[in-house]
Write a protein that binds this ligand. Sequence first.
Ligand SMILES: Nc1ncnc2c1ncn2[C@@H]1O[C@H](COP(=O)(O)OP(=O)(O)OP(=O)(O)O)[C@@H](O)[C@H]1O
Length: 371
Amino acid sequence: MAMLEIQNVDKVYRSRGKAPVHAVRALDMAVKKGEIVALLGSSGCGKTSTLRMIAGFESVTSGAIALSQRRIDELPPAKRKVAMAFEGYSLYPPLTVRENIAFALKAQQLSRSEISRRVEAIARLVEIEDILDSFPRAISGGQQQRVSLARALVRDADLYLLDEPMGQLEPQLRAVLRGRIKGLLAERGMTAIFVTHDQTEASALADRIAVMEDGVLQQFASEKELKNRPANLFVASFIGEPPMNLLETEVAAADGGFRLSVGSDIAFQIPGDTLDHAARQALAQTKRVRIGIRPQKVAVGTGDVRVRVVSNQWLGDQSHVAGECAGHLLIAVTPSRIAARPGDVIPFALEPRHLHIFGADGACIRHAEGG
Ligand SMILES: Nc1ncnc2c1ncn2[C@@H]1O[C@H](COP(=O)(O)OP(=O)(O)OP(=O)(O)O)[C@@H](O)[C@H]1O
């Protein structure tokens, strides 16, 4: 059963003299108990608005939010059993770091020794033991961020919301804290949603990733599923490094399947038996589709697509080779060193089974075999 259920939620900001901003559209999302979820998307896509509506710092324009089978969207924040760490920290300036963290526990009527034990434990976890008696104005932005994180995680709550929880920290500390926070959440079976625009962070921490764009949830799935079975062009190009190669192709029925061609230089035969009924129908009704192939699936040195090398970089454990063909740039990633210089013409192999096919509306018509 879902721990958090967001049903058909919309958020529209209206301010006088300005056009309304539709920040979140028809959002449906169910989060399981103990699940760690990342809200991933570019700036302005509606991540923070979603988090603030769940926490109660922003009203929902329409729709409903339920937590532990209780409808919460009409409740004041303090009654929701939600703990949130803010992007802007919002620490109380007149209280020390220790008092800021302990303050969150006051309502829970714990003994002084229990409060002190919990504060010390969480401070150790995020490495702020040495500043517990400092005031917020006397510590760095990165330290303030960790205090805000500690203040949220120290509480007992049904749901933890973390807005860019490690955005201010240097990469090494970030990686260490990520591991520890994941450990803490898992050990206590805590349910958490965190906002990030960092794919690595989302993959490292989350069980499932909700990809948002323009106020719309594009796909909510594991990292593997997002990579192997992207629901649409947006997810296909947003997830994965370097991004998926995308080509516009013309569609023609051929040999019981379809021939997808890019001018006269590149063509793929898609056998009919690799397509389900809906995919066959979609291809029969359209003249053009977009195809996508991951750089890791493009083989170099074999195949019949001839590319002119634009760049060839060895990154220590893999080569990134960019080549131009018929006005298109194709990127290949291979685990071996490639002896090719810019200007050389070399073959790339793009196999039909590795192609994702997207329709005019961007929705995926067929996924690559095995991802
Ligand atoms: N209080 C507000 N009043 C008016 N518009 C707002 C308000 N808060 C957010 N918006 C707008 O709503 C849209 C979504 O903003 P939101 O902060 O939810 O996005 P985000 O994905 O969290 O972005 P970021 O990663 O930059 O924080 C943006 O266009 C933003 O300008």
